[in-house]
Design a protein around this ligand. Structure first.
Ligand code: HEC
Ligand code: HEC
Ligand code: HEC
Ligand code: HEC
Ligand code: HEC
Length: 267
């Protein structure tokens, strides 16, 4: 009896330890706990905005950007625990560039990056700090870009890249539907992925000549991918035709068999 009781006790203790361990692993960081309760720009606003962001989706949290220790209430913001606080305006590119290395490189080489100390935009000017969303060419718009200069050149850039963007989306959709009907699209997907990544690096240069020159190259790459897709879609069309013909033949065969049986039965 005593042994059973002890066994049960041990069992419950194990369950308790396990659930509390998973609970603390799932809990939010102390940064979010404490700042979520502070008002305004110091707490509620950054916390709520961050929750809507692409970073929240990918679990890039307060401490991944600001440093510090998300497990220790008291020492959370101590520099001993790696807290780096808030970057100055011109330090933002390096702050974000710890993770977005390629983008920072392109930005630094651009006119924007070179004049960041004299009124050029930093990453936050275009992407915001806490409400960062998946980037699209919609970020290039009259309201955002006209804060500092006319919209002429931005409009030209947008026009230049939007046809290629649209083609990219169309090809992505085609590949997805080919995949759904059972084609092996691995190579096509890899091809398009690499074209897209390289193409999307272009914008940060804000160099209209460079963008014009390189977009032509990307269009040529995409035309190749499109040709392969067209071929596959044609094969698919033929398959459907042959399949349709087979079904027709089967139905016809069935009808004939039925007719023959009827004539035998009638005799
Ligand atoms: C116990 C509450 C509490 C915790 C935990 C906490 N903070 Fe703070 N934080 C504050 C308060 C209060 C301020 C404003 C006063 C100050 O700067 O010390 C602040 C300020 C900040 C600032 C602005 C600093 C500046 O220079 O303007 C940042 C960024 C920040 N916290 C990030 C974090 C991060 C990241 C974590 C987790 C690793 C964290 N905080 C944990 C209460 C907290
Ligand atoms: C993607 C990186 C990133 C993440 C994640 C992030 N921050 Fe920030 N945060 C910044 C930047 C950059 C600034 C500097 C402000 C600016 O330039 O607009 C900043 C500024 C702040 C400030 C100073 C007040 C202000 O708005 O300028 C506080 C407080 C703060 N962040 C708290 C937080 C808290 C709390 C979290 C988590 C819920 C968080 N941050 C997550 C990048 C980030
Ligand atoms: C002048 C506005 C502007 C500035 C400044 C800017 N960006 Fe962007 N960013 C954009 C636009 C517009 C796009 C979308 C380009 C596209 O889809 O072709 C983009 C795309 C991105 C992407 C997605 C790229 C991809 O491969 O999918 C990341 C990440 C990014 N920016 C981070 C940053 C960082 C980090 C900085 C600072 C070093 C920065 N941006 C500065 C406007 C800007
Ligand atoms: C600790 C690493 C880290 C830091 C610091 C960081 N990011 Fe990110 N960021 C990520 C990850 C991870 C993703 C999601 C995966 C991806 O798209 O690359 C992401 C995604 C993005 C995207 C969407 C990319 C797309 O595909 O459209 C943008 C825009 C972006 N970040 C901008 C910023 C800006 C601006 C800052 C500075 C305020 C910043 N990031 C700081 C890690 C980081
Ligand atoms: C915070 C201010 C600021 C914002 C916001 C801004 N720019 Fe700029 N931009 C500058 C400055 C400063 C220059 C360099 C001096 C000039 O040409 O006015 C510049 C120059 C340019 C140039 C000219 C490059 C050349 O070769 O002449 C282009 C193109 C450009 N920006 C595109 C954009 C686009 C697109 C956006 C919106 C997504 C944008 N900018 C948003 C400040 C800004």
């Amino acid at each position: 009896m005593k042994k059973i009781l002890l066994n049960n006790l041990f069992f419950f203790l194990m369950i308790f330890l396990l659930t509390s361990a998973t609970a603390s692993a799932a809990a939010t960081s102390v940064c979010i706990e404490c700042h979520g309760g502070l008002s305004g720009q110091l707490g509620e606003i950054p916390t709520a905005e961050w929750h809507t962001s692409v970073h929240a989706v990918h679990r890039v949290s307060c401490h991944d950007c600001h440093g510090g220790d998300p497990t220790d209430y008291v020492e959370a913001m101590s520099s001993d625990r790696g807290f780096i606080g808030v970057p100055d305006y011109a330090e933002v590119p390096a702050f974000c560039g710890r993770c977005h290395v390629g983008v920072e490189e392109d930005y630094r080489a651009s006119l924007h990056g070179q004049v960041v100390e004299f009124g050029g935009p930093n990453c936050v000017s275009c992407h915001e700090n806490h409400a960062v969303q998946v980037a699209t060419i919609d970020l290039i718009n009259d309201i955002s870009c006209s804060r500092c200069h006319t919209y002429d050149k931005p409009a030209l850039i947008k026009q230049e890249i939007s046809d290629t963007e649209a083609m990219l989306s169309r090809l992505e959709a085609s590949i997805a539907s080919l995949y759904r009907v059972g084609f092996d699209t691995g190579r096509l997907q890899d091809e398009l992925f690499s074209t897209r990544n390289n193409f999307r690096r272009l914008f940060h240069s804000v160099d209209i000549e460079k963008i014009r020159a390189e977009t032509a190259g990307f269009d040529a790459d995409l035309a190749e991918t499109k040709a392969t897709i067209d071929e596959l879609e044609e094969t698919l069309g033929q398959r459907k035709l042959v399949g349709g013909a087979l079904v027709l033949l089967l139905i016809l065969g069935g009808c004939i068999a039925l007719l023959i049986r009827r004539t035998f039965e009638n005799r």
